[in-house]
Design a protein around this ligand. Sequence first.
Ligand code: DI6
Ligand code: FE
Length: 409
Amino acid sequence: MEWDQLWIEVNLATLDPAQPGAYGAIEDGAVAIKDGKIAWVGPRSALPEFDPLSMPVYRGHGGWLTPGLIDCHTHLLFGGTRAAEFEQRLQGASYESIAKAGGGILSTVRATRAADEETLFQGGRKRLNSLLREGVTTVEIKSGYGLDLETESRMLQVARQLGAMHPVEVVTTFLGAHALPEAYKGNAQGYVQEVIERHLPAIAEAGLADAVDVFCENIAFDLDQTEAVFQAAKAHGLPVKLHAEQLSNMGGSALAARYQALSVDHLECLDEAGVKAIAESGTVAVLLPGAFYYLRETRLPPLELLRQYRVPMALASDFNPGSSPLCSTLLMLNMGCTLFGLTPEEALAGVTRHAAQALGLQERVGQLKVGMEADLVLWEIGHPAELAWQYGCNPCREVMKHGQLVTLR
Ligand code: DI6
Ligand code: FE
C-alpha cells in the first residue's frame, strides 16, 4: 500500500454520518494517511496487508481517535484583562450596565489599541497552545477589539501570522461591527458607514478576513445596520455570520438566513420562526455555553426546536475577556451537556463536523473520512462520552495536524 503513516490498535469516533451507529464509531479500527490526508478508514479486520517497516505505524493502545477538535467562535486576541469588571459584576453590576457606561468591550478596545503586534501575538500563541493541548486543531479568531482600521487590521494580521506559524489552523473573521467606538458615541449610523466604506474594503483587499460577523443586539447594532454590513460583505465576496439572539430576540437569525449565513451564534432568545429560517438556509446554530454560564443567564437556547428542524448545532468557547474567559473546548463539551442538555454525541459533533460546517470547511475537516485532512486526536478514554463527562484530567495523548504529529507536552 502506498501510505505514509498508519494508526492501529485504536477505536475510531469518525463522526461520519455515513457510518452507522453512535459517533460513527468503528471499534478496533485503522486509519492510513497519505500526503497529509486520510487515505483509508475502516475496521482493522478489513485493512489490506501492509509492510510494517515501510512506514511509521502508530499504536493507540486501545484509546480512541477522533477528528481534530474545532473551536468555531473565539475572540482570542485581545489586550488587557477584565478582572476588575468581574469584581464589579460580583457586586451586582450587570454586563449591559457596564457596557453602557463605557466599560466592557470598550475597555478591551482601549487595551487592544495600546497593545503592539508582538504582545498580541504572544497572547494568542499561549491561548492556541492551551487549545492544542486539548486536541483543538482549527480555531476561528475574530477581530472586533480595534474598532478602527489600524487596530482591526493589526488583529487580523496577527491572526494570520499565528495561522502561518502555529500548528493550529486559524480562520479569521472581521467583526468591525462589534461595539460602537467612543469617538462615534450617538452616531452608530456613521460608524457603520465607516466600517462599510473604509474598513471592509481595505480588509477584504488585503485578504485578511475569511468571513464577516456583526454583534446584532440592543447594546450593539440593530437589524438595518446588520443588513448594511452583510450587503457590503457580500459585495466583497465574503460569507457572513452573526452574533444573534443572545440577550434579546431581535430577529437577527432570520435576517442572517436571508444572507445564507454560515452560522448564527448564541441564540438563547431564538424563537420558532428563527429556527425555521435557519433550517431552510442551511445555517449552523452555534451554541456558546461559556457565555451563558459566565453571565449567569437563565434562558436556554431552544434545543428541542433546533433538533425538530434538524438544524446542525455547533458548540464553541466564545473565548473572550468579557463574557466567556474560558479557554477550553473540552469544558464546552461538558457545559453543552450539563447546561444546555446536549447529548455527549451531539456535543462531540458540535466541536467537529458541525463546527467545520460553521466555518465552511466541511469538505476538508471535522470527520475521519477518506479525503479529509489527517487532523486526528488520540484520547486515553474507554468511550467517546468520557470527553464530555469529566473535565480537568485532560485525556489528550497525541495530536496530528495535516498528518504531522504536533502534540504539546
Ligand atoms: N458577544 C460576546 O459574547 C462577546 N462579543 C459579543 O459580541 C463579548 C465580548 C466582550 O465582552 O468583550
Ligand atoms: Fe462572541
